[in-house]
Design a protein around this ligand. Structure first.
Ligand code: THU
Length: 157
């Protein structure tokens, strides 16, 4: 037996102004997307935005439902909308932001496992890493690909 350790590389920015122009625009789109959040149960508003390889930006926001499992996270709302409207166009980056009562959270939210699995599939279809930007009112974390968020991921393709 050999003990092994995985390390997760990521970048931490202290302000949205430190991001490149295109990452900043994507995070701003995610912030704007929180306006579309329907969260009468959790009151937790999540916005997401994906940037496609042709520069198109598609937004999503969490959508809740009285039958709880019928709701969907912001990340999957955005990715599925992009997949449905622009089939075959690679998603190259995804930004996520969380807010409560109209104020951005002080720390980045972390995508759930189901969203990470969906990210992995779109990343695999794109055949290039998906840049993931987790924003907040405080630090902003940037990951170079889904493998960083979900090591040893299941892939059947
Ligand atoms: N949610 C997201 O939209 N994305 C995440 O990464 C985590 C959680 C939503 C689901 C639900 O509407 C609310 O946040 C509370 O869990």
């Amino acid at each position: 037996m050999e003990k092994k350790t995985l390390t997760i590389p990521y970048e931490e920015y202290t302000s949205i102004n430190e991001l490149s122009a295109e990452d900043r625009a994507l995070l701003e789109a995610a912030i704007d997307a929180t306006k579309g959040s329907y969260a009468p149960y959790s009151h937790f508003n999540v916005g997401a935005a994906v940037r496609l390889e042709d520069g198109t930006v598609v937004k999503g926001a969490n959508q809740e439902n009285a039958a709880y499992p019928s709701g969907l996270c912001a990340e999957r709302t955005a990715m599925f909308a992009a997949g449905a409207q622009y089939p075959g166009v690679a998603i190259e980056a995804l930004a996520v932001i969380c807010a409560r009562d109209g104020s951005l959270m002080l720390n980045p939210g972390s995508p759930c496992g189901a969203c990470r699995q969906v990210m992995a599939q779109y990343e695999r279809m794109a055949m290039k890493p998906m840049r993931i930007i987790l924003g907040s009112g405080g630090p902003i974390l940037v990951f170079e690909g889904v493998q960083s968020l979900m090591p040893l991921i299941f892939n059947d393709l």
